[in-house]
Design a protein. Structure first.
Length: 249
């Protein structure tokens, strides 16, 4: 019996120490690299296309996103534009620099600055918006813009992808712009300014990294904005056949 007493005592002491060690281990912060936020970067061209209108006008259009950061914060450079081959000039050139943070499981908030080079004087706006995935898997991007002169407008972009097969995808898009004040110098009237809707059929050649597509796009201006366009001998409504590709790297 005497031989068992030291063994039993040692076991009791060991059992009493284990919870203390476990508690200390739980309190010790894990500072290893695997616990640091994962930094990601990349670029996406949602649209890189050639457009041919029902009035025989030709244009090159792009809509791109360059980003760097983590799941907690991303810095993004958003750029889009339209180049007229007939006029040999940019009809629209827009650049945004924004920071983006998550506000829910499906939506992010973003804020930053936007620089526009429209037909007329350049414009600079403060940007505040949200972007994410709405019910029915509809991608939403909504933004509010305020210029240094107090001119305010908002836009809404919506996109839905229908997977016909693992490679063929039909994408529907809808964009709308509403102005809360007019800016005659760049041909923008108060109220609903314009809409753009499109259907594009793409084929994933290399995963989602390279997807050529064909489609059709409809553009229309409304209200005072349409009146300004007519006064400048411009078009208020156009249909386009488009061919292009989506790129991601």
């Amino acid at each position: 019996m005497k031989l068992w007493i030291p063994v039993i005592a040692s076991a009791v002491v060991s059992l009493s120490v284990i919870p203390v060690l476990a508690s200390a281990q739980e309190r010790m912060p894990d500072t290893t690299q695997r616990k640091q936020p994962l930094k990601v970067w990349g670029a996406q061209f949602e649209e890189l296309e050639y457009r041919y209108s029902d009035d025989d006008e030709e244009a090159g259009v792009w809509d791109a996103d360059f980003f760097y950061g983590t799941d907690n914060f991303k810095a993004r450079w958003l750029t889009s534009g339209e180049y007229s081959f007939e006029e040999r000039a940019y009809e629209k050139l827009e650049n945004q620099l924004v920071g983006q943070i998550p506000i829910s499981k499906f939506f992010d908030a973003k804020a930053g600055v936007r620089f526009d080079t429209p037909e007329g004087p350049d414009r600079t706006y403060a940007v505040l918006g949200v972007a994410g995935l709405a019910p029915q898997w509809i991608e939403i991007d909504a933004n509010l813009y305020v210029s240094k002169d107090g001119d305010t407008f908002a836009d809404l972009d919506a996109e839905y992808e229908l997977l016909l097969t693992n490679y063929w995808i039909l994408t529907a898009t809808f964009d709308a712009t509403v102005a809360f004040s007019e800016d005659r110098e760049i041909g923008v009237g108060k109220g609903l300014v314009s809409t753009e809707s499109g259907l594009r059929l793409s084929y994933d050649l290399i995963d989602r990294a390279f997807s050529p597509y064909v489609g059709v796009v409809h553009e229309r201006k409304y209200g005072d904005t349409a009146d300004y366009a007519r006064a400048g001998v411009g078009s208020t409504e156009d249909w386009f056949a488009v061919i292009g590709a989506r790129l991601s790297f």
